[in-house]
Ligand binder design. Structure first.
Ligand code: SF4
Ligand code: SF4
Ligand code: SF4
Length: 280
């Protein structure tokens, strides 16, 4: 046996050390990859979905993300295939359920099987009336292409709404373009819209003029200090500041108070024609 083939204890130690370093490098690489992967998933998990609509009863987004275990049971039990589990690149936290109204809206099942299937309460079990669901809020987003806003009669979004005449009403307004027709403007009411998305799905235009948006995008928030005079008046059963003196409206003295309609014979006062008596 040559001395080259003789493995001494120090060689063994050296080999063991090399193996250890190799394994450590591999493990460190794996750990880096794992950390990178976790980081990516973590970033995805904390990414806010801009347009994604959650299933009925979903908790507020941060609570939902903590509670949802990505099991997919709500998706499995949705009889209309409305719900999907997000995948990498969907810009929705990976593995969480959402739906795209323009593809498949929520059919508002009376027994809400998606909520019943959720094992963690990420979809709130206290939601037993689907009419109380607030998945998002429909917004008539494009007045320029909506056929009703152009003075035509379409009304499809109004007619398919499961909460018709509460979530969407048609508001009659004068058509200033033709000056002799009416326009019936689809108008969404946030206190009744469930965000099911049937209006968005059914809009006849190639790109829907009405869309369901997450409430955060669709709604503002009233300032707490702001009081609506007319609401306060109704609550109090009368004016809060007592009777007001009704001042005459100059040039309209023969009219009812508040009647400022312009009639064909109305002649605006000429400059300097009325002397208010005010002097600098
Ligand atoms: S209410 Fe029905 S249609 Fe809507 S998401 Fe749940 S299971 Fe699907
Ligand atoms: S999303 Fe559209 S169809 Fe559904 S309740 Fe609201 S307005 Fe009606
Ligand atoms: S279905 Fe579309 S185009 Fe027709 S009224 Fe509704 S939003 Fe307008």
């Amino acid at each position: 046996m040559s001395s080259q083939n003789t493995v001494t204890p120090s060689d063994k130690a050296l080999q063991a050390r090399r193996r250890f370093l190799r394994e450590m490098a591999g493990a460190a690489g794996g750990a880096c990859m794992l950390a990178l992967g976790v980081g990516m998933v973590g970033r995805e998990a904390s990414a806010k979905p801009a347009m994604a609509i959650r299933p009925p009863g979903a908790l507020a987004e941060p609570d939902f993300l903590s509670a949802c275990v990505r099991c997919g049971l709500c998706v499995r039990d949705c009889p209309y295939d409305t719900l999907k589990l997000s995948e990498l690149g969907d810009n929705v936290a990976v593995g969480t359920p959402y739906f795209t109204a323009r593809d498949i809206p929520c059919e508002m099942c009376e027994d809400i099987p998606c909520v019943k299937a959720c094992p963690t309460g990420a979809l709130d079990r206290e939601l037993t009336d689907i009419g109380e669901a607030r998945m998002g809020l429909a917004v008539l987003i494009d007045h320029e292409t909506c056929l009703n806003f152009l003075g035509l009669r379409c009304d499809v979004c109004y007619r398919v709404c499961p909460v018709i005449d509460q979530a969407i009403t048609l508001e009659l307004v004068h058509n200033p373009r033709s000056d002799r027709h009416a326009m019936l403007l689809p108008t969404v009411h946030s206190d009744a819209c469930t965000g099911c998305g049937k209006c968005e799905k059914s809009c006849v235009l190639p790109e829907s003029a009405i869309r369901v948006l997450p409430h955060k995008l669709a709604q503002g928030q009233s300032a707490e200090h702001y009081r609506k005079g007319w609401a306060e008046k109704e609550k109090a059963g009368g004016s809060l500041i007592g009777e007001q003196e009704q001042l005459p409206m100059r040039g309209l003295e023969d009219r009812e108070y508040g009647d400022t309609r312009v009639t064909p014979d109305y002649q605006p006062a000429k400059p300097g024609g009325l002397d208010s008596g005010w002097k600098p």
